[in-house]
Structures are given as structure tokens and as C-alpha cells.
Design a protein around this ligand. Structure first.
Ligand SMILES: [Zn+2]
Length: 317
């Protein structure tokens, strides 16, 4: 594990915005000091970080991968620098708030469900036109999930839902959770990006099962409506449920609910309600129409995913 506590400061490099100029270093040097959480008594002077790779960069903020030691040397550890440079106070402020979330709200999840947080640093770029720099150092937990989350194996989707649940149990919910909030190294997934969160969530998930591969659980089985929606969106459950369709329309003939519910997929709790209404409506026509005729005359509601479509680039990761 990386430890920056012993250093008074770190010298890092941040990418310059725009096209690289041939022959010029595309990175600016900056010296930053750890200001949160405060180090007890740093023994060493400066930690020089020399190798970097740009992951994402906009004019005033971005994300880099950096290495302690030469990048190509075995044993060199990489970590992530999420930074704000110059610009408005807002970017700096939101990094500081994200640092507090890692350190104060979800410390027990670090290294398991979310990256290990190494600290919040402040400083400036070197040179005459010094610009304010703030950054957080995080464990490098791999790259983004490029495809849709739904394309991942069921076990991975279930694991992601449990991670969301454990974040909920710390009282936090993520706004607009999507593919951009998940990174992966081999088969290990972590949730990232805590710049858009809500506090005070009282989650009743028991912290154990998410019922992957089983029929859609009830709200009380899962214990949290948000997790229930994500479970449907992540396609964790067997949503085609002839058994439950039979329950809804109480037909003596198994074929009828099976036909009416064939291939139906739910992605949201409202979908279940809408389907239920459509299914119950068949009751009044069951003496005059076959299920096939009913389906032709009264089109079955079609449901689509709302959240986990193809990966959308999120510049504010
Ligand atoms: Zn919850």
C-alpha cells in the first residue's frame, strides 16, 4: 500500500491542455502538500513522482495515472491523481468534499468496494504563472468498464449491486449512477466518483443477499427501492415470471399467463405495475378473446432500460 504520510510534499506533473508542442514536455510540474487528513510529522522532504499517463483532461480538471518509481520497472506502484487546476473555486471545493466522503463517510469500504484514499493535496504549478492545484490521490483500481454494465457476467453485476448497497449502508446514495462509476482490474470491481452524492439515506438492505438469478424479490426482501430499481436495470433477476403472472390473473389454464407474459422484461418498478394493469385487463375479455387476440388488440406495454445503456462519456468523473 502506498503511503504519502511521510512526505512533506509531492512533486507531480499535470497535463497541459491543448495539442502537444513537439519537443516540449506535455506536462507542467506542480508541488502539492497534503492538507487532509493532516500528517502527524512528515519525516521526508519531497516525494517526486515522475511518470504519468493522462486518463482524462479538460481545461481545469482531470484524472491521471502516476507511478511511484519508473513506470516500466516491476514493483513500481501506480496510483490515481484526480485534480483541479486554476479555474473556478468550484472544482477545488468539490475535490475537497469528495476527499471528506472517502475519509469520513466510507472509510470501511476503502480497498474493498471503493479505492483506497491516500489524501487531499493542495499547491501550485511551478513557474512564473503559477496556478492553484488541488488533487486527491487514490488507489489505482484499473480502467473503466467500456461496455454496458448489463453485458457483464451475472456474478459481476450482483457484486456491483452489493457494493452499491454497502455504500447505501454508509448513508450515501450516488446521483446518476452509471457505467462511469465503475472501474475494473481483472475481475475486481470498484465504485468511483463521489462528487455527486446525497447524504442521509436510511437503507434497510440487510447487507447480504441480492438474490441474483432468482425471481424478482419483493421490496421488503431487498429492503431498498433504489437497489430494487438498480437490480432490475442490471438484469440481476429472472423477470419473466409465469408463476407470478398466474398469480395476477388467476387463470385455471397455465398457458394463458405463460403466453401473456412470454419474454417480458422489467427494468423498473413502474414496469411491473404497468404490466400488471395490462394483464389484469385481460380478465374482462377472457371469454371473448384468446390471449393472442388480446395481445393483438391491446398491445402489451414495452419496457426499456433507462440507466445502463451504452457507456456515455462523463467528463466530470
Ligand atoms: Zn438503499
Amino acid at each position: 500500500m502506498l503511503d504519502f504520510d511521510n512526505y512533506r510534499a509531492a512533486q507531480i506533473r499535470l497535463p497541459q491542455f491543448g495539442f502537444p508542442i513537439p519537443g516540449c514536455d506535455p506536462f507542467d510540474k506542480a508541488v502539492v502538500h497534503k492538507t487532509y487528513p493532516e500528517s502527524a510529522s512528515p519525516q521526508k522532504d519531497l516525494c517526486e513522482v515522475t511518470d504519468f499517463e493522462e486518463i482524462r483532461f479538460e481545461v481545469t480538471y482531470g484524472v491521471c495515472r502516476a507511478w511511484i518509481g519508473p513506470k516500466d520497472k516491476s514493483g513500481s506502484n501506480s496510483f490515481i491523481i484526480k485534480f483541479a487546476i486554476g479555474g473556478s473555486d468550484e472544482r477545488h471545493k468539490s475535490l475537497r468534499e469528495e476527499a471528506a466522503i472517502y475519509h469520513e463517510e466510507i472509510p470501511s469500504l476503502q480497498g474493498i468496494d471503493v479505492p483506497t484514499f491516500y489524501g487531499y493535496f493542495e499547491g501550485a504549478t511551478l513557474g512564473s504563472d503559477a496556478e492553484r492545484v488541488s488533487c486527491i490521490f487514490l488507489e489505482d483500481c484499473g480502467g473503466p468498464v467500456y461496455s454496458s454494465l448489463v453485458a457483464l457476467p451475472l456474478s459481476a453485476r450482483a457484486e456491483i449491486l452489493k457494493k452499491i448497497g454497502r455504500i447505501h449502508l454508509c448513508g450515501l446514495t450516488l446521483d446518476d449512477f452509471d457505467e462511469g462509476n465503475v472501474v475494473r482490474r481483472k475481475k475486481s470491481y470498484r465504485i468511483i466518483d463521489f462528487q455527486h452524492v446525497d447524504f442521509g439515506h436510511k437503507c434497510l438492505w440487510k447487507g447480504d443477499r441480492v438474490y441474483e438469478g432468482e425471481l424478482v424479490p419483493t421490496f421488503s426482501e431487498i429492503g431498498c427501492p433504489i437497489m430494487h430499481t438498480y437490480g432490475l436495470e442490471l438484469d440481476i433477476w429472472e423477470s419473466r415470471a409465469p408463476g407470478s403472472a398466474s398469480f395476477w390473473i388467476k387463470s385455471p389454464e397455465e398457458r394463458i399467463p405463460n403466453t401473456l407474459s412470454k419474454g417480458v422484461k422489467f427494468f423498473h418498478d413502474d414496469d411491473v405495475k404497468n404490466f400488471h394493469t395490462w394483464l389484469k385487463n385481460y380478465k374482462q375479455y377472457e371469454d371473448s378473446m384468446t390471449p393472442e387476440e388480446y395481445m393483438e388488440k391491446f398491445e402489451r406495454p414495452a419496457f426499456t432500460r433507462r440507466y445502463f445503456g451504452p457507456r456515455i462519456f462523463r467528463p466530470d468523473q
